[in-house]
Design a protein around this ligand. Sequence first.
Ligand code: SAM
Length: 279
Amino acid sequence: MTEESAALYVVPTPLGNLADLTRRAEETLRAVPWIAAEDTRHTGPLLKQLGAKARTIPAHQHNEHEAAARIVEKLQAGEDVALVSDAGTPGISDPGARIVAAVRAAGCRVVPLPGPCAATTALSASGLLDEHFLFYGFLPTKGGQRRQALEALRDQPSALVFYEAPHRVLETVEDMATVFGSRTLVIARELTKLFESIHALPANAALDWLKADPNRQRGEFVLMLAGAPADADNGEGERVLKLLLAEGLPVKQAAKLASQITGAAKNALYERALALKSE
Ligand code: SAM
């Protein structure tokens, strides 16, 4: 590809709309002699369409170590390799990170190409105003572990970005409602595809919204939650907290419930409850 030493090119591929393959990605896939692909059958049609003549190396979750060794061999022999996953950016909730680490450890070049990624595509249209975001990817699949993971994120002031599969979206959204209450949830589905939809609503209204139309539960999902409000002393969190304290609930329980109902940060509400009690 270049006069420099051989490189591993990390090449994002479209999430659904083939027109999203960048020109540089196209040129790279046509030029390299080797393409490491998560699923060679999946990537085959794209390569065929491009007229790419490269030979493929399978590089999936279960053989990343062996694939990495083969790729390093090719690079050390002076041959360029492109790395692709089934869709989006390799290494982002996809195989690739181990390969990149091995290639870098071997002292070979890694060249990343910018391109499609479901997380950034969804965020760009979310309308969430948080200054920062935290990309989480897939949550644990078991209910208890998933709720625990969400609880640990409740007080994060950054927007939270999750990937989810259609067969788990209902249970995940139900857990999000329990933990985040009325905090804004943006559900991005089937991005770049025919039935693309992006819908924002309070987390505790999302389960009913999804259940109202089975089509809303189909396809691929990015779920995004607004970050914890920076100032829980004002507004909804404090209003609910005061009501619960007035009903005689202990400080800890009142803070927990007010946080669950409003999505305000639990620790800040707890501090506020202690202050209110001592006033
Ligand atoms: N590496 C990919 C990326 O850069 O986004 C992610 C791969 S991960 C195995 C697949 C998950 O990404 C899906 O379960 C879904 O959460 C999300 N995803 C992929 N394509 C999507 C799309 N078109 N619309 C919404 N989410 C999508």
